[in-house]
Write a protein that binds this ligand. Structure first.
Ligand SMILES: Cc1cc2nc3c(=O)[nH]c(=O)nc-3n(C[C@H](O)[C@H](O)[C@H](O)COP(=O)(O)OP(=O)(O)OC[C@H]3O[C@@H](n4cnc5c(N)ncnc54)[C@H](O)[C@@H]3O)c2cc1C
Length: 108
């Protein structure tokens, strides 16, 4: 946080009527084992593909820790995209299982 309510020498009140305060937010992904798990990061964000899958298949990331606008409704939309993709995969696997098991189950 930085206040501009000082003169250039850093002394007391600059005499201005207004102060400008800026606040920054950053991710907190260091030291939680991402590197050990093989999950790629870039500039303090987790690297994901278009469906929010990380560099490790089956592990997904959404929200402020991935690149893009850090907003609540963006995080929600990312979650929906991610889960819908997972549902599609599960459905495809389910169909494949039926094709695999059908000949076995219908064998006389
Ligand atoms: C002051 C402020 C105002 C904002 N106003 C708006 C707004 O008006 N509209 C808007 O759309 N967005 C707003 N945002 C942004 C919004 O809050 C975030 O984009 C959103 O919360 C991101 O969701 P998230 O799930 O990625 O992260 P978070 O909501 O931050 O959730 C992360 C969770 O993980 C937990 N966590 C962290 N580290 C660990 C760990 N090591 N182990 C386990 N749990 C952990 C945290 O405690 C937290 O509960 C604002 C943000 C701030 C800071």
């Amino acid at each position: 946080m930085q206040s501009l309510d000082k003169d250039p020498q850093g002394n007391g009140n600059s005499g201005s009527r207004y102060s400008f305060i800026r606040v920054g937010v950053t991710t907190n992904i260091e030291g939680i084992g991402l590197e050990k798990a093989g999950i790629k990061t870039e500039k303090s964000k987790v690297v994901v593909d278009d469906f929010y899958q990380t560099s490790v298949p089956g592990i997904f990331a959404i929200g402020d820790i991935v690149h893009g606008p850090a907003l609540a409704h963006v995080a929600s939309a990312e979650g929906i995209i991610c889960v819908e993709k997972l549902q599609t995969w599960m459905f495809i696997r389910w169909i494949m299982e039926i094709f695999r098991l059908a000949p076995i189950l219908t064998r006389k």
